[in-house]
Design a protein around this ligand. Structure first.
Ligand code: NAD
Length: 351
């Protein structure tokens, strides 16, 4: 091994799956460790950089860095969000790539698909919240939205509530509901899937766990459909009417200070004076660490809103990288075999 070589592991989505890194339990463990380390000031988390190409559709590419000081890993997620993609091209909305570097020499160690990690992070966050905020005996789950985030969220919820028996799904088209069921039902044969024929109410009424994961930007979820004791994971932007926020016994966020400056329903309620800081029960870490109580009875309606924290993506990505290395999966590539002027450059330089 040359002293000045730089090699990094390239991991495609297929490599990660082959390595066993499509693991929601592993993601939840990495997520919890990330939340604790951030609280203990062991993570650097600068502002993200946003470039929006279309104000109306919100097509954008964001750059989100974070450093795990204890793991000595600095990572960045380069993530594209193109909401019209499914309708316009029949492809996913979100795609991402993640780069991890060590922080001794500062050299890159891994370039990996970030879509799987990013989607697992969203699901791991909702599922970790459900673990402490949803009823222990939850049996039914209802989805508004049947896209990539919804699918992954079901895996997360089933990981923490294996007793889920019924999954109802409503989306803009029946074809999407059917695709959701086609993709998920082989993975959980003990669950009865119900396509709701685009009738959103039918997915929600009587559901112990409610998930909205849409690109709608409209108040789709109605308070009157929600039963006592439900847990609600809100994933998209504006997806529910203000009454849903107002009826919540507890509102928990991944990070309220981040959420309140965004465009989620709770953020809108805050900006419109419908809720104040005092109406927020706390952040998920407060509940996980025991600073704030989780669910206290079977009657509470608990609202969870997460906008995403890039240091959690980097924490999960690092766990996936370690998993892939241990499995011997992926392709090692040279960034350089030696330094620029150590090479024979004769006849190869233009100046
Ligand atoms: N909170 C987070 O950390 C986080 C992370 C990633 C993505 N997101 C957001 O999650 C949302 C879903 O993302 P995705 O990748 O699953 O998108 P997607 O395009 O794959 O799916 C969107 C779903 O929304 C449904 N939908 C749109 N309008 C609707 C309406 N009026 N009624 C019912 N259903 C409707 C569509 O039918 C579709 O099933 C997006 O808003 C995205 O920005 C949030």
């Amino acid at each position: 091994m040359g002293k000045t070589e730089i090699k990094y592991l390239t991991l495609s989505q297929e490599d990660l799956i082959e390595a066993g890194a499509f693991d929601l339990q592993m993601a939840m463990k990495a997520l919890k460790e990330g939340l604790v380390k951030f609280k203990d000031n062991r993570i650097l988390f600068p502002d993200k950089i946003v470039q929006i190409f279309n104000d109306e559709t919100q097509e954008r590419i964001n750059c989100l860095p974070a450093t795990l000081l204890d793991e000595k890993i600095c990572g960045v997620k380069w993530v594209s969000v193109f909401p019209p993609n499914p309708r316009r091209f029949g492809v996913q909305n979100l795609s991402a790539i993640i780069v991890l570097s060590e922080i001794e020499k500062g050299f890159p160690v891994c370039v990996m698909d970030g879509t799987l990690c990013s989607n697992m992070r969203v699901a791991a966050m909702g599922a970790t919240a459900a673990d402490v905020l949803a009823k222990k005996d939850a049996e039914s789950i209802g989805f508004i939205g049947a896209g990539e985030q919804a699918k992954m969220h079901l895996l997360g919820m089933k990981a923490v509530r294996p007793g889920l028996k019924v999954c109802k799904v409503a989306a803009v088209s029946v074809a999407e509901e059917e695709a959701f069921i086609r993709d998920l039902s082989p993975l959980m044969p003990d669950v009865e899937f119900v396509a709701c024929n685009t009738v959103l109410k039918d997915a929600i009424v009587d559901s112990d766990i409610i998930v909205t994961a849409t690109s709608a930007q409209a108040p789709l979820l109605k308070a009157e459909w929600i039963k006592k004791g439900a847990f609600y994971s809100h994933i998209g932007g504006w997806e529910d009417e203000y009454e849903v926020v107002k009826m919540a016994d507890k509102i928990v966020c991944d990070d309220w200070e981040t959420v309140k400056h965004r465009t989620q329903t709770v953020s809108r309620c805050y900006k419109d004076g419908v809720i104040t800081d005092a109406d927020i029960h706390g952040n998920l870490i407060d509940v996980l660490s025991g600073t704030k109580p989780g669910r206290e009875n079977d009657e509470e309606f608990i609202y969870f809103d997460a906008v995403g924290l890039a240091y959690v993506d980097v924490s999960i990505a690092n766990a996936m990288y370690e998993c892939a290395k241990a499995a011997g999966v992926g392709t090692w590539s040279y960034m350089q075999e030696n330094m620029i002027f150590e090479k024979d450059l004769t006849g190869k330089v233009k100046f």
